[in-house]
Design a binder for this molecule. Structure first.
Ligand SMILES: [Zn+2]
Ligand SMILES: [Zn+2]
Length: 218
């Protein structure tokens, strides 16, 4: 599998295009402000778009879903059911930031669940439910263990904020401990904001996760 990052917008959100090398089949993860560029890449390279996968339904991760759908009208949209309400509240989220709402926000078509194995082409992503930043947050872990798309759960040197509706610090810490830090140290983490990192780098150097810096995992 190959992961391509598309970063942009006021939130500097990372959208991802994950390609299953041998088949030309791809999935789009968290199409935000750069969704138009992502759709253009899929179209111009003749790739086969299997799905839109959403880590969670915050504005910056879903504001470009309609652009993917405009280019690929039949593509399914997958989300965890616990974030459906947040997804439907996109107008309120946009109002809170003084932003424009997309003209038409397509409805999700399918629901992700913890432990699900999402297959596209010959490739498989494991779905792990990781609440704490958002109720229905999930991460997508390559079956090979080489990488994980972790949304706003953990970042290089930081963790997701927990002060938004549905957020809870202890729940987030449990998600990180049980669903992220249990991956091999070499697993590359692709977060929703900022640069890629690894499980090992965050396990040993992330100030929120290292007990003697005041972290709460001890
Ligand atoms: Zn978020
Ligand atoms: Zn975000």
């Amino acid at each position: 599998m190959k992961v391509r990052t598309f970063t942009g917008g006021g939130f500097a959100e990372n959208g991802y295009l994950v390609a299953c090398d041998d088949t030309g089949t791809v999935v789009v993860v968290d199409p935000g402000a750069t969704a138009g560029r992502m759709a253009e890449a899929v179209r111009s390279e003749g790739l086969d778009l299997a799905a839109v996968l959403l880590t969670h339904a915050h504005l910056d991760h879903i504001e470009g879903v309609h652009l993917i759908r405009a280019a690929f009208p039949d593509v399914p949209i997958w989300i965890h059911p616990a974030d459906r309400r947040l997804y439907a509240a996109l107008p309120q989220q946009a109002a809170a930031f003084g932003l424009q709402v997309p003209p038409v926000q397509p409805e999700p078509t399918d629901e992700l669940e913890h432990g699900q194995r999402f297959t596209f082409g010959d490739c498989t992503l494991e779905v792990r439910h990781t609440p704490g930043h958002a109720l229905g947050h999930v991460i997508f872990v390559a079956e090979t263990g080489e990488f994980a798309l972790v949304g706003d759960v953990v970042f290089q040197g930081s963790i997701g904020r927990t002060d938004l509706p549905g957020g809870d610090l202890y729940t987030l810490m449990r998600s990180i401990r049980e669903q992220v830090l249990t991956l091999p140290d070499a697993t590359v983490l692709h977060p929703g904001h900022g640069p890629a990192t690894t499980v090992g780098a965050e396990r040993t150097g992330n100030p929120f996760l290292v007990p003697h810096f005041g972290g709460r995992l001890a």
